[in-house]
Structures are given as C-alpha cells and as structure tokens.
Design a protein around this ligand. Structure first.
Ligand SMILES: O=c1[nH]c(=O)c2ncn([C@@H]3O[C@H](COP(=O)(O)OP(=O)(O)OP(=O)(O)O)[C@@H](O)[C@H]3O)c2[nH]1
Ligand SMILES: [Mg+2]
Length: 199
C-alpha cells in the first residue's frame, strides 16, 4: 500500500493519524486535503457501523484504500453516553468545550469511584475490491471534576489516565499515541494486515 486516505474531517484525529502512520512508508491524506468530499451521514447505532459506512462511501468516491475512524467516550455512570453521539453531544455544531461541559454537568454529584469511562475507537479499512477490515481499540480512564491540560482534542482534558497520573490533554502527542484507543485499534489493524501481507 503506497497511499491511504483517512476519511475524517476532524483536525484532532488527522494529527493523531499523521503521527501514528509516521513509522510506515505510506503517504497519508485526510478529507481536509480533498475537495468535494461528500458528507457521510453517521446514522449507525454502533461505532463499527459508522466506521464501515464512512470508509466504504469515501473509498468508492476516490477509489483508493480508505481508513475511517468512528470513536467516542463511554461513561459508565451515564449508561454509556455520549457514545456514538460524542461529537454532537451538546448540539450539531460539534463544540468540544460544550460537549465536555455537558458531561461534567451530568456527573456533578457523582463521586470519583463512580466516574469510570473509556474511549472507544472502531477503525474500518476499505480496500477497493476487497472485504472491509474492522477493528476496535479502547482506553480506560476516570472523568475529572474539571478540565485539565491543553493538548489533544475533544474530551481529552477530562479523561484522567490513572496509570500515567495525567489527563489525556496533559500527555504529549507521542505519549497519547502509545496508549490511546486509536493507537490500540491501529495495532490490531496492523496485526491483521501483516497476517494478510497487505503491508
Ligand atoms: O478527547 C478525545 N480524544 C480522542 O482521542 C477522541 N476520539 C474521539 N473523541 C470524541 O468522539 C468524537 C468522535 O466522533 P466521530 O468519530 O464521528 O468523529 P468526528 O465527527 O469528529 O470526525 P469524522 O472522523 O467523522 O470526520 C470526537 O468528535 C470527540 O468528541 C475523542 N475525544
Ligand atoms: Mg463524525
């Protein structure tokens, strides 16, 4: 594989993938580099469904290997919300700040012992003419009482990683990309592709 298109318009994800793909000898583009990319409606009820739809729709449009990421935050005390609605939890304008404030608000009276959460990432790789490959990755944490740290995107400032004693937003790019849900999913994808000799 010489070039891969990441079917995302999310700048935070694009940065994560740029770094995650740096060790491979593969050109990486995202939809932020493409003109006329269609907007794929994310109407699935699972991360996998949405990832497959994004990957296959965009692969068909541009006819190149396409990787899509559908991801989000699962909070146990909120029965799994925001889940697949993570990007638009506080409204259709996808405001990261409003989204994380809504989660903090809903957890206002919840003690630390009950603030467990995990990030989930489903990746779908659509290769023209082949069956789409789907993998998952997760990363466990605890929701903080207030945002801490300036790095990353989305809910990173409220996602505390006990093993590192930092929030995701206090990690460097390299540190996040060693432990994140996205990195874990990509590891699984690499294992499958190595087995199938795609890489
Ligand atoms: O703190 C975070 N660190 C992460 O590493 C992360 N990964 C996902 N998320 C949240 O989940 C939504 C994905 O929704 P999503 O998969 O539909 O993506 P999106 O709509 O933003 O872009 P696209 O890839 O669909 O174009 C994002 O917007 C974020 O709110 C994250 N938050
Ligand atoms: Mg989306």
């Amino acid at each position: 594989m010489e070039e891969i298109l990441i079917a995302t318009k999310n700048k935070g994800k694009a940065k994560d993938f740029e770094q995650l793909f740096a060790p491979f000898n593969i050109g990486v583009k995202t939809l932020l580099d493409m003109e006329n990319a269609i907007d794929v409606e994310e109407d699935g009820t699972t991360f996998q469904e949405n990832a497959i739809k994004k990957a296959e729709t965009i692969a068909r449009e541009f006819n190149i290997p396409t990787l899509a990421d559908d991801s989000g935050l699962i909070v146990d005390a909120l029965d799994g919300r925001p889940g697949v609605y993570s990007a638009r939890y506080a409204g259709m304008n996808k405001d990261d700040q409003a989204n994380l404030n809504k989660v903090l608000d809903e957890l206002k009276n919840v003690p630390e012992s009950k603030r467990s959460a995990r990030f989930h990432c489903s990746l779908a790789l659509a290769l023209p003419g082949k069956k789409t490959v789907v993998v998952d990755g997760t990363c466990d944490g605890v929701i903080t009482q207030e945002p801490i740290g300036d790095n990353g995107f989305g809910y990173d400032p409220i996602m505390f990683i006990p093993a590192l004693d930092k929030t995701m937003a206090q990690l460097s790019k390299q540190e996040k990309n060693e432990i994140s849900h996205r990195a874990n999913a990509l590891k699984h994808l690499k294992e499958i592709l190595t087995m199938r000799q795609v890489f």
